[in-house]
Every structure is written in C-alpha cells, then in structure tokens.
Write a protein that binds this ligand. Structure first.
Ligand SMILES: C[S@@+](CC[C@H](N)C(=O)[O-])C[C@H]1O[C@@H](n2cnc3c(N)ncnc32)[C@H](O)[C@@H]1O
Length: 221
C-alpha cells in the first residue's frame, strides 16, 4: 500500500518550526535573550500605566514578562499562550508564585484557536510577531476579535536592519526583520504610541507600539 503524506499547511509548518527551535533554545533563553531583546521592560511599564484588568500575552515564552506584570500589578489577571511546550514548562515555574492569577495555554495563536476563559483588555506581543512567518496578519486579526471595543495592543519587537547579512541571519533564526509590523498594526489599530529605537549602534532597530482597537461604530465607511 502506498502511503501519501498530505502537504503541511504553512501555519502548521511555522508551529512545528517553533516547537523544534525552542526545544533547545528554551534551556538558554533567559540567560541569553536579555542581551538583545531590548525594550521589554519599557513596554511593560507602558502597560502598567494604562492599568488593564486582564492581559493576554501571545508567545509568552518562559513567562518572563508575565512574572513581571504580576509583580507590578497586584490585581491583574494574566493569560499566557505559547505553541512551545518547552517554553511553557519554564513559564509555569516562573509564574508559580502568582499561579492564582496566571493561566497558561499550550496553543498556537490563530483565528480558529479556542476562546480564552476571560476576555483580555490588553494583548501583549513581545518579540513574538516577527516569528509568525507566516501568520502575523492572522494573529493580529485574532487579537482584534479577542479584544473589546476599546481594547489595547502592546508590541515590542524587531523592526528592521540596514544590513542584508544580518537580515539573512535573523531569518535563519525564524525572525523576519523587514519593518513589516508597523503597517500591519496601523491598519488595524489607532496608534497611541510608536517609537522606533536603534540597537547595537544601528545594527538593527526595534519597535515599541501601543494601539487601541478601532471602534467600528466610529469608523468612516
Ligand atoms: C522570542 S520568544 C518571546 C518570548 C517572550 N514573549 C519574551 O518576550 O521573552 C517567541 C515566542 O513566541 C512563540 N510562538 C511563535 N509562534 C507562535 C504561535 N503561532 N502561537 C503561539 N506562540 C508562538 C514561541 O514558541 C516563543 O516562545
């Protein structure tokens, strides 16, 4: 009997690539990423100032941001979702102290993913969206449907680089660095704050973005 394998969809391939990549990178993630994932504390501070009641972090990884948010906002309810079980194991450990306020889900974030037990007032994407290749547009569409009318999105991520070799190297590490996130965000959200910052003497730039869901009642046709 001939077994025919159906081709995997691009979204399924992306999820498989993340699970394999983070199987090993999860081990060294927290010890290494502080050297180049800049702006994470800054975006958390901006979120704290806006004081959301419930925050969903998409691609929460090892739980580094969830743990900090739980410490900074004593009443906030947090939900973390990630496709990598290896990263989530670490997130479970990191957030143990706050386990009553932190719910974690092993799931790909996509339009047809199951609903969350609580509706988020704010959604955080911290160095996750540039790894959704493909899937960033779909993830932002899902964010729109998860948020209430005045819900907030907060993003910190790589923006771009003037160096083709570096862009290629980041691509090898599943990161797309082509300045593509800003227009995707601006298409869907009303921009409250957008800052582009140089890192490592201009080797790359990263983006900090806060946006509010467009209220369909107020949108012109
Ligand atoms: C660079 S890490 C960022 C982790 C954390 N947000 C931080 O700031 O340290 C990217 C995370 O996004 C997750 N991820 C990538 N694609 C995903 C998808 N389709 N659905 C859910 N999580 C995804 C990865 O598994 C990984 O844990």
């Amino acid at each position: 009997m001939k077994i025919t394998h159906l081709p995997l969809s691009p979204a399924t391939r992306q999820q498989g690539a993340m699970q394999s990549y983070y199987r090993w990178h999860a081990v060294v993630y927290d010890a290494t990423r502080w050297t180049f994932l800049f702006g994470r504390n800054a975006i958390l501070q901006k979120m704290v100032a806006l004081n959301p009641g419930t925050v969903l972090e998409v691609g929460c990884g090892t739980g580094r941001n969830l743990k900090r948010l739980a410490g900074l906002m004593p009443d906030v309810q947090l939900v973390g979702v990630d496709v990598s079980s290896d990263m989530l194991k670490r997130a479970t450990r990191a957030s143990r102290r706050f386990s009553r306020r932190v719910l974690l889900f092993e799931r790909a974030y996509k339009p047809d993913a199951q609903a969350w037990p609580v509706q988020p007032d704010a959604i955080l994407f911290s160095y996750a969206l540039t790894m959704f290749n493909p899937g960033a547009e779909e993830a932002l569409d899902r964010a729109l449907s998860d948020l209430p009318a005045d819900g907030m999105v907060a993003v910190v991520d790589f923006h771009d680089t003037p160096f083709p070799f570096f862009r290629w190297w980041m691509g090898k590490n599943h990161v797309r660095m082509e300045g593509h996130l800003a227009p995707m965000l601006e298409k869907r959200f009303v921009t409250r704050e957008k800052v582009i910052v140089r890192a490592w003497f201009g080797l790359w730039r990263y983006i900090l973005y806060i946006g509010v869901k467009r209220n369909p009642d107020l949108m012109s046709t």
